[in-house]
Design a protein around this ligand. Structure first.
Ligand code: HSE
Length: 370
């Protein structure tokens, strides 16, 4: 049995990963060792067959090195600290990572197997050892449009995103709730008739968002009753790093011979864990809408084509609908007034599942199939 070392199982992505691996009986294929950066020597809290009952030291290179596969959701700082030292020590096992640190390295393969299983398998054949989950927004967009990428129908895309608080982290999700509570506790009171006083209530809400006590340690700004049109760091060309990732990662995943331009504006909104994206897709040629819909819906089992009408869109094309599931609803599909090669689409996906944990656990099976 291959020895699997799991690091970062306590964090939010780690918890989602543990839940999925347990649900899919993934642990039955491995001898599992849980590592910790702070609790080595303590009891492993899981009741998982073939697992080491004691937590191992995630910083002890000699112990980590004994694994055949390392799967880490511990974050970029851990990867920076440990990965090169581990490789330098002679570790020739697989490194599966959720962090972006190694993603664009030549030696690393971005894993999104419904799109690039062949690429992953060739990387394994070529003895590549580093496999990294993609940026959540990129992975969700690619799963939604897999059929159009596969048929080489896309000339370029603009993606306008509506990204959930979870993409920033667990503390940010809590802060979003805290911000909502801070405001609603102060404006929804017996005796205030919101319907007649709504302009006054709105002024109060606006003032509360700049109140010195308003909780914003993590976001730095109000996200409740607001949105934030910048995610990640600034690049010299005016893009945010999150916006840059779309084309860079998508083309790496596709191993594109001809680069597909993808650009847009990434925006944080007050959804909890589902990212949404409004897409303008420039097709290489005029393709009938029914063919486009077939290509999209037949590409993979997770895509759910949502009819382009008001009722279906409001019911199924929302973070509320996709949250906690592997479904990738894709809808608002129509030719735009700009011309017959301009396609409109909207898609939603759970950024902790397909956007983070799911490609990692599926990589374990691709290694087993090797
Ligand atoms: N960078 C993403 C976000 C999450 O901020 O929403 C991780 O891929």
């Amino acid at each position: 049995m291959l020895k699997l070392g799991i690091i970062g199982w306590r964090g939010m992505v780690g918890q989602v990963l543990m839940e999925r691996m347990t649900h899919e009986s993934d642990f039955s294929h491995f001898e599992t060792h849980f590592f910790s950066t702070s609790q080595k020597g303590e009891k492993n809290p899981f009741t998982i067959a073939n697992s080491n009952p004691i937590l191992q030291d995630a910083y002890d290179i000699e112990t980590v090195k004994k694994m055949d596969i390392i799967l880490t959701c511990q974050g970029g700082d851990y990867t920076k600290k440990v990965h090169s030292e581990l490789r330098a020590s002679g570790f020739i096992g697989y490194w599966i990572d959720a962090a972006s640190t190694l993603r664009m390295e030549d030696k690393a393969t971005i894993i999104l197997d419904p799109i690039n299983k062949n690429g992953i398998q060739s990387a394994l054949k070529n003895n590549q050892l580093d496999f990294v989950g993609g940026n959540c927004t990129v992975s969700l967009m690619m799963l939604a449009l897999g059929g159009l990428f596969k048929s080489d129908s896309i000339e370029w895309i603009t993606s306008m995103t509506y990204q959930a608080a979870s993409g920033a982290g667990a503390r940010h999700m809590n802060e979003l709730l805290g911000q909502m509570k801070f405001v609603t506790d102060r404006v929804i009171k017996p005796g205030i008739d919101q319907s007649s006083d709504i302009l006054q209530v709105e002024k109060t809400v606006k003032n509360l968002l700049s109140d010195p006590q308003f909780p914003k340690d993590h976001f730095g700004h109000p996200i409740a009753f607001n949105l934030l049109p910048w995610i990640d760091s600034e690049l010299p060309n005016g893009q945010s790093k999150e916006e840059w990732k779309a084309a860079a990662e998508a083309n790496k995943i596709l191993q594109s011979k001809t680069f597909i331009p993808i650009d847009g504006t990434c925006v944080r909104v007050s959804a909890m864990r589902c990212h949404s994206q409004a897409l303008t897709i420039k097709l290489k040629k005029d393709i009938p809408l029914n063919e486009i819909e077939s290509m999209i819906s037949e590409h993979n089992p997770w895509v759910e084509l949502v009819a382009n009408n008001k009722e279906s869109s409001l019911k199924k094309l929302t973070p509320e609908y996709a949250s906690g599931s592997l479904k990738i609803p894709v809808g608002r599909i129509r030719k735009m007034n700009l011309g017959p090669t301009y396609l409109n689409a909207f898609t939603v996906g759970d950024q902790l599942l397909w956007g983070a944990a799911e490609p990692l656990r599926r990589m374990l099976h691709i290694i087993l199939e090797k």
